[in-house]
Design a binder for this molecule. Structure first.
Ligand code: SF4
Ligand code: SF4
Length: 103
């Protein structure tokens, strides 16, 4: 784009996003995934499994920066192999990636 002798460059970047899946019957409600998620998107759900535990659910609040970034920490930390993340790729451009170049 050329405007007033300036060229505005917009860099497109890939942002990782994740979708959380779980096998609720395996969960023992140890809360490790909830406590260690760096984006604080996991919480105990209202569901109750056969053992009487509440498995986690993902509740995202993007306006507060609470979005799953598919880091995989919940997946590797779960002792019951009850939760995993499926990574999705999205293209996005952000203000921080916009730079001006003068000619
Ligand atoms: S993949 Fe990472 S950011 Fe997403 S819910 Fe699990 S720990 Fe949180
Ligand atoms: S780490 Fe695994 S067992 Fe513990 S609360 Fe999360 S899903 Fe359940």
């Amino acid at each position: 784009m050329r405007a007033s002798g300036k060229v505005l460059l917009t860099q497109r970047v890939k942002i990782s996003r994740g979708e959380i899946h779980s096998i609720d019957e395996r969960c023992k409600q140890c809360r490790l995934c909830i406590e260690l998620c760096p984006k604080e998107v996991l919480q105990e759900s209202e569901k109750v499994n056969e053992k009487g535990y509440h498995p986690p659910e993902a509740v995202e609040e993007p306006e507060k920066g609470k979005s799953c970034v598919a880091c995989g920490l919940c997946e590797v930390i779960c002792p019951e192999y009850a939760i995993w993340v499926e990574e999705k790729k999205e293209n996005a451009s952000t203000e921080g990636d916009q730079r001006e170049r003068r000619f």
